[in-house]
Write a protein that binds this ligand. Structure first.
Ligand SMILES: Nc1ncnc2c1ncn2[C@@H]1O[C@H](COP(=O)(O)OP(=O)(O)O)[C@@H](O)[C@H]1O
Ligand SMILES: [Mg+2]
Length: 362
């Protein structure tokens, strides 16, 4: 049995699983609409804890804590995609959980995700399942080189993946990803990486933000620019693809679809991965748009009408990664720059510490 969602009253409490910066910014957006939030996260230093009314510091498998959490909230949502299926099922029997946890089963596994996207008639890079070294050799024969070997589960910021080029020993790559169930994907000679942040409301309304163009450094998002410098037809196609995926999932909330724009042969869009949550490439919306991705997500899970996003101008989002967080002092006096800091107590290399949004009305 699952509890069906319904529109929330203004005094409702929204439960958020996960206490990182995405949870923090969701809670801040919820507060602006008058909602209260309760964050559950095992990490005592969760930066979302600092901005909400109630926190539960507990493991995702702690049934007693989950029960108390569920009793205190009107709806449950999440800020990260690796919520254990068992946790989601447990909570779904007590409160509406949005987006529907069954979507997580698909997006937590690259093989299921790519198979699902393909089943909708949407293009992805050629791929093959890999379960052992012999399977990897067979996959290389069908997919070709260069190719990217990725673990099926738990990959992020380029972790759990390795590129196999001409002359590379497959056994080394297989060892490097820890001999885990994986997929092999053809390396895509993309022109640009782009993403669509899309929302679907409880009433089925779909609203997508403008196409973003993403630049990574060391596999971590560094800069997002909006609108993406791609032909208009490509942008339309990309947004339509994201909308179709949201509809096929019966999604409620905000999700992001990462894609590659390949210019050769007239140009096409390939889906890379789906994030069933608010996404780093949507942070620009906080200052560059009439509604942020965070507010849009809260509206969706609250069963409120979605906003129609209107962009204020050309927008740029710059991540402050690791020690770059100290650069915020310089950004504070740059005209048109908005500084966002996550309040994380420990600076670590590669850790997302904050971001700067800039809007240009040219
Ligand atoms: N098939 C591919 N071809 C070319 N580049 C890729 C491919 N797959 C991933 N990459 C690069 O690696 C980055 C991270 O891969 P991704 O699949 O998005 O995993 P995650 O973001 O979960 O670490 C991508 O943003 C892209 O820059
Ligand atoms: Mg990615």
């Amino acid at each position: 049995m699952i509890v069906a969602p319904r529109p929330l009253g203004a005094d409702a409490t929204i439960g958020i699983l996960g206490g990182g910066q995405l949870g923090r910014m969701l809670a801040l957006a919820a507060a602006r609409l008058g909602f209260k939030c309760h964050v559950l996260c095992p990490d005592p230093q969760s930066c979302a804890f600092d901005v909400v009314r109630r926190v539960t510091e507990a493991d995702y498998t702690d049934k007693e804590a989950l029960d108390r959490f569920a009793n205190d909230v009107d709806v449950v949502t999440y800020e990260f995609e690796n919520v254990p299926a068992e946790t989601a099922t447990f909570l779904s029997a007590r409160r509406p959980v949005l987006p529907d946890p069954k979507i997580l089963a698909t997006t937590q596994d690259r093989l299921l995700e790519k198979t699902f996207v393909t089943s909708l008639g949407i293009a992805v890079a050629p791929f093959a399942a890999v379960d052992d070294l012999a399977g990897l050799e067979a996959a290389l024969a069908s997919v070709g080189r260069p190719a990217v070997l990725k673990t099926r589960r738990f990959g992020y910021d380029g972790k759990g993946q390795v590129t196999i080029r001409a002359g590379d020993d497959p056994a080394v790559a297989w060892a490097e990803i820890g001999e885990q169930p994986a997929i092999l994907e053809a390396f895509v000679p993309f022109e640009r990486e782009v993403s669509v942040v899309v929302a679907r409301g409880l009433d089925g309304t779909v609203q997508s933000f403008d196409l973003c163009e993403n630049e990574h450094r060391d596999h971590i998002l560094k800069v997002t620019r909006v609108p993406a410098a791609v032909p208009a037809a490509i942008a339309d196609t990309a947004r339509a693809i994201a909308g179709r995926i949201a509809e096929a999932f019966g999604y409620v909330g905000v999700m992001a679809v990462e894609m590659f724009w390949v210019a050769e042969g007239g140009g096409r869009v390939l889906v890379n991965e789906i994030a069933p949550r608010v996404h780093n490439s949507g942070h620009w919306t906080q200052d560059g748009c009439t509604v942020s991705q965070f507010e849009q997500h809260i509206r969706a899970v609250a069963g409120w009408p979605l906003a129609v996003p209107v962009r204020h101008g050309r927008a740029e989002m710059l991540n402050l990664i690791g020690a770059e967080v100290h650069d915020h002092k310089a950004w504070l006096s740059v005209p048109g720059a908005s500084v966002h800091l996550y309040g994380k107590p420990v600076v670590r290399p590669g850790r997302k510490m904050g971001h700067v949004n800039r809007v240009f009305r040219d």
